[in-house]
Write a protein that binds this ligand. Sequence first.
Ligand code: TLP
Length: 344
Amino acid sequence: MPIDLRSDTLTRPTPAMREAMAAAEVGDDMFGEDPTVARLEARVAELLGKEAAMFAPSGTMANQLALRAHTEPGDEVILDGNAHIHYYEGGAPAALSGLTCRCLPGVRGIFTAADVEAVLRPADQHFPPTRLVCLENTHNRGGGRIWPQERVREIGALTRERGLRLHLDGARLWNAAVASGIPERQLAAEFDSVAVCFSKGLGAPVGSALCGSGEFIRRARRFRKMFGGGMRQAGILAAGALHALEHHRERLAEDHANARLLADGLATLPGMELDPAAVETNIVIARVTAVPADRLVRELDAAGVRIFSIGPDTIRAVTSLEVSSADIGRALGIFEATLSSLSS
Ligand code: TLP
């Protein structure tokens, strides 16, 4: 079996999770009759300290529903240039909601209230109305970085003062909460809406949720239907998510320890450049100086370790419940042997 570090989305449901899913009580959720979906939505709203939550098929859909529900076509969204919403969602803000993205050059995904303020323009017929600011916590292309709470509070104060909405892509908010010791509801407090995923480190096969005020979620439900994300006996999926929330949150600390173990080992290898202290959660991003990143990815794959290249000289490895600390030890051995064979 290869050691698969491509993503925490690869996690498969455990036997206990499959049992919970098989036993789920279900109904037609588009009639509001699926009790397991209702239970999940109530639990997520409670965990995030929001009035309401809505189950969605994917993180991408949860984010894009938030964008659509906060805005009107022609509006402008401010976010980091490496934000998943802009970088990895297929151009959806423009295609689905008619939005323009104003991208900030964040540092590993993080920017400041002053950065936002600097790109705000006065209300004028020439300018697209700026409606929304989006943050991502943890930040995927930022190497799983956690947003400093002081920065979030400053941005929250600015958006409130300027009448803007604030959305959080919290696909890995669970990781941020475990690593920082700050509860999810506190990490979510400044935001008008938060999208979370159950299908990444939490290990559920499918599913995300969007949270916010009751009125916002009612509006988002209409767009979920319009975008084709209304589901029927979705309680089977919601049961997997509920099981994940109950049983797989605390254990994310193991993934973070494994990521650090991997980073510590990689940092000692010639041909790799990274700062292990920058690894805060379950994502390790490193520069490859020995060979092009794609070449290393191919050679590692042949030797039994799977990772992604996310740039010409950059690789990403992600830990999850599919990967043990023994796997990390084996992976490091394979990295070392592969790098040394490539440089000889
Ligand atoms: N990220 C995936 C890929 O799309 C890159 C991964 O392997 O990391 N927000 C964030 C921050 C994400 O990392 C992802 C998935 C999503 C949203 C989208 O979730 P899905 O895949 O459920 O649409």
